[in-house]
Design a binder for this molecule. Structure first.
Ligand SMILES: Cc1cc2nc3c(=O)[nH]c(=O)nc-3n(C[C@H](O)[C@H](O)[C@H](O)COP(=O)(O)OP(=O)(O)OC[C@H]3O[C@@H](n4cnc5c(N)ncnc54)[C@H](O)[C@@H]3O)c2cc1C
Length: 119
């Protein structure tokens, strides 16, 4: 569910295609232009963010709220003393997918250069 016109609005096109290729066959349905007005015992009250029109979603098993973001860096701190360890992607700071890819590419090249220098 997103108040925006598309899920993954910040994804660049090739990652957006990969996202939809993975989630659509698994039955994910996206409600766009939609927000939650209330979570009640017998259902979730949704609103159209432009018209305020309400509808109720019933038979809901689980609600996952994606609100705010923070790094999960426990593995980094657990390994840091024992291994050469690098923080990349959201472990370093929650950002966008392309930043994680850039971090991974950068550290991969750096490791490659270190290995070449050691030979
Ligand atoms: C709700 C939401 C919407 C987003 N929308 C967008 C968007 O539209 N466009 C965009 O570009 N970005 C978006 N992002 C951000 C994007 O998802 C992240 O920037 C990207 O996934 C970071 O990649 P990553 O590989 O660093 O981390 P992750 O994709 O989080 O991968 C880390 C992996 O490590 C695993 N892991 C963690 N700890 C351990 C451990 N101790 N042992 C084993 N495995 C472990 C996790 O389970 C996870 O699979 C969104 C993020 C969220 C939460």
């Amino acid at each position: 569910m997103t108040p925006l016109g598309v899920a993954g609005a910040d994804l660049e096109p090739s990652n957006a295609a990969l996202f939809y290729q993975r989630v659509r066959p698994n039955g994910l349905r996206v409600a766009t232009h939609t927000d939650i007005r209330a979570i009640e015992p017998d259902g979730v009250v949704l609103i159209d963010v432009h018209t305020n029109e309400e509808r109720v979603l019933r038979d809901v098993d689980t609600i996952v709220l994606a609100i705010g973001r923070r790094s999960n860096d426990a593995l980094f701190w657990a390994l840091r003393e024992r291994l050469p360890t690098f923080r990349i992607g959201d472990c370093r700071a929650p950002r966008l997918l392309q930043h994680a890819i850039y971090d991974g590419d950068t550290i991969g090249r750096e490791l490659d250069a270190r290995l070449a220098a050691a030979e």
